[in-house]
Design a binder for this molecule. Structure first.
Ligand code: HH2
Length: 281
């Protein structure tokens, strides 16, 4: 069963209400915000805006993992994220580092990041040991293939069962490597080697993932939303993203990773007000 708290570096986060993770990509090519926050000042301004809008955590990434994204060298990724992590290190919310590389994790952990958000579920050599040696939380995400190949022909016998089996195995490996259960999040990896149908099957049955560990869900502005709304441009998928975040929370997500913090916060406030009334009745 999901824990009611998450131990994440400097913080013990209550998961009694869903938390909002604001996305900050320090990349030239991320599918929605690429190129906008490359300079530390622009990144800091965006971080502060998201905090003012109600972000509970901030997720900093230096490599786009969108389908067909070009590979970035380890040093390039470190050079992108480190100045921003340095600028944000004293912020009053947990800082998450979105990376799949051990060397980048180590550099971020040395600066005190509170959470490692790994789309490769700590599969890189030495990644489990690097996180275990810290007090940071970790998000273990499922993907099929690599960003360069993953959307070519995703195939599953039973997508929900296979994703859960994979996440359970990675959670087991993390525990065996010395990372406490109270530091673990899991994520089915919406859009990472999945068809539109696979993604919606995972959303409908997200609660089954939540039996493993608290779930982080990243649906914001993704093409699975464009596919059903006809909105081709990511920036026009805000309403669909808010709906998806709300559905994810209804189906058990503990944290939603979003570009549109203020809109998501308002939608979740309405849902929480209804839930509070239900509990009182
Ligand atoms: N999605 C993206 C990146 N990191 N991490 C988790 N845990 N879950 C996700 O669904 C997830 C993630 C991709 O979105 P974005 O960061 O907006 O774009 P890009 O990869 O192009 O930088």
């Amino acid at each position: 069963m999901s824990a009611a708290t998450l131990h994440a570096g400097r913080f013990v986060l209550s998961l009694q209400r869903p938390l909002i993770m604001g996305i900050l990509n320090v990349t030239p090519d991320s599918f929605s915000d690429g190129g906008r926050y490359l300079l530390p000042d622009a990144a800091r301004a965006r971080a502060e805006a998201m905090l003012a809008e109600g972000a509970d955590l901030l997720d900093i990434g230096g490599e786009s993992t969108r389908p067909n994204a070009p590979l970035v060298s380890e040093q390039e990724e470190i050079d992108r994220v480190l100045p921003v992590l340095e600028a944000l290190r004293d912020y009053p919310v947990p800082i998450s580092l979105d990376t799949r590389r051990t060397a980048v994790m180590r550099a971020g952990l040395a600066l005190g990041v509170d959470l490692i958000n790994d789309v490769a579920a700590l599969e890189d050599e030495g990644a489990i040991a690097a996180v275990a040696a810290s007090s940071a939380a970790v998000c273990l995400m499922h993907k099929q293939g690599t960003p360069q190949t993953m959307q070519q022909a995703p195939q599953y016998r039973d997508v929900v069962a296979e994703v859960i089996d994979y996440l359970a195995a990675r959670a087991h490996a993390a525990l065996a490597g010395g990372i406490a259960a109270s530091r673990l999040l899991v994520d089915p990896g919406f859009g990472f080697g999945k068809t539109v149908e696979h993604n919606y099957a995972l959303l409908a049955r997200l609660g089954e993932c939540a039996r493993l560990a608290p779930v982080l869900a990243g649906l914001s502005r993704k093409s699975m939303l464009g596919a059903v709304t006809g909105q081709d441009v990511p920036a026009r998928r805000v309403a669909a993203s808010v709906a998806a975040a709300l559905l994810a929370c209804q189906h058990g997500a503990a944290i939603v990773r979003v570009h549109d913090v203020a809109e998501t916060r308002d939608a979740l406030a309405v849902w929480q007000a209804m839930r509070a009334t239900q509990r009182a009745c």
